[in-house]
Ligand binder design. Sequence first.
Ligand code: OXD
Ligand code: MN
Length: 579
Amino acid sequence: MLSWVKDVTRLTKPKNVFWFDGSDDDTAQITKSMLDRAELIKLNESEYKNCYLFRNLPDDVARVKERTFICTKTPEEAGPTNNWMSIIRAKTLLNELFDGVMLDKEMYIIPYLLGPEKSKYSRWGVEATDSPLVALTTAILTKAGKTVLEEFGDSGRFVRGIHSTGNLKKENRYICHFPDEELLMSINTNYGGNASLSKKPHALRLASFQAKKEGWLAEHMFILELEDPNGKCFYISGALPSASGKTNLAMIRPPKAFNDWKIRTVGDDIAWIHCSDEGSTVGINPEHGFFGVAYDTGPYSNPNILECIKKNTLFTNVGLTTDNKPWWEGLTEEVPKNVIDWTGKRWASNSKAPVANKNSRYATKIDQYSLKSKNYNLPDGVPISIILFGGRRANLVPLVYEAYNWEHGILIGAMMRAETTTAISGKVGQLRHDPMGMMDFCGYNMGDYFAHWIEFGKKLKTKPRIFFVNWFRKDGLGNYLWPGFSENFRILKWMVDRVENGIDAVSTPIGYIPKVDSIDLTGLDIKKETVEELLKIDKDGWLKELSEIKEFFYEFDGKIPNELWNEYYKLEKRLIESQ
Ligand code: OXD
Ligand code: MN
């Protein structure tokens, strides 16, 4: 590690190297230096203890797919869903950009651990960065510093990450991944998803590549714990596209009628899933904090997190009230008077622009979240019995359905499409393929990725059951049919009833759907016809969907595994025969 840090120092030429030891003192020192340079705003201490606000530049507030590259020998290794750059070209370009980039700046060296201590499933990384924001964020989202070094010993295996804020020019922004070398290089950006390399670049893109080689899965999934009234716990892992309520679902509060059920969180964004020595499916959360979307988070969508982010939290791109409290749409009904918007300007009350950026974030430690599962940090992980995929679809996709088997489940994961949101730059509301929520995060050819899922299943003695959910179906007038939010608990409960108690379901061409009266609607005012509508299968619509999926699969140039095509044709046949 020392010799690598020396190499990075020679390349980037910082004026000083700061080894982050993970202590509160180090964090306080970095925070103070940012406050001194007015890069950070201290929030109201009596209501938001030890909380700060950072504002990114307006064109650097989201992940940028078009500037994100997988650098391998051949484009085929990266596959059609990734941007590819040759290793030589990327290295030449980046070495030039990084040459002397940290002159006059401090370089922070942050050793971090992804996953529980003393776990064979955990992995190390080190990020060298000139961004104090990244240093603070990594200290929140991972276990970082000295304790990691102690566990690390003299192991030479760690993911190397080099990052510089550079000049923040978008045209020279690069987020490059070199899977063969386990190396990450990111420059001219300071947004968490591009710059905090431990998160998306390491825990998903590089980890997915490692996972393929080593026989496990690195997924864009939450893990939640559901405890039934008898005290029995179930673990559900689920992928929804970015900014589709994944964090909120992982922290859902059951409706009043289900007071004796508990939901607790293991992780909200990333799951590393392994086959245990006994052949069961176990998952860990490699992260140690939440980097959730603030915008639209409120007492209705996620009451549990609001209490957690009142201390030791780093906010980015939210609004600021006159008494120095963070604010974003959804936090309270009324916009506070004289609020400052996320760019630092006074917000005009007739303005159509939002106060907070739609991808504004809070970074906070899982430790201080009161509804975390007591097993969130178990070295052996938690047993996963349900895997859920989902998407934001105004029509076609029913509220919930279950796959017939593992391979069929992989097909429905691979078929996942969703309306776009704001975590990535680009147009909002368009239908976009997002297989297993991994479109932006799979570090290798997704055709091989689907094949890897099939192989992984072969090792499992008992496979998790796979479900698909869509909370966002609308009626002809554009109104949501399902109330969503905490009511989604009812669907989680149905899944558990299916898996645990074997309750009956209706077999349809696309999979099992609930019998209308088997979803527990106690205390919910919803018409039976609405539930029927939510579960309706539009066969012509599905056949059209399938033909679009086929076009998508063709892009993989023969790499879609036969098992997936088999499931595809079985599904098509079921749809045609039921016409
Ligand atoms: C995230 C994302 O930041 O998915 O979690 O964009
Ligand atoms: Mn995510």
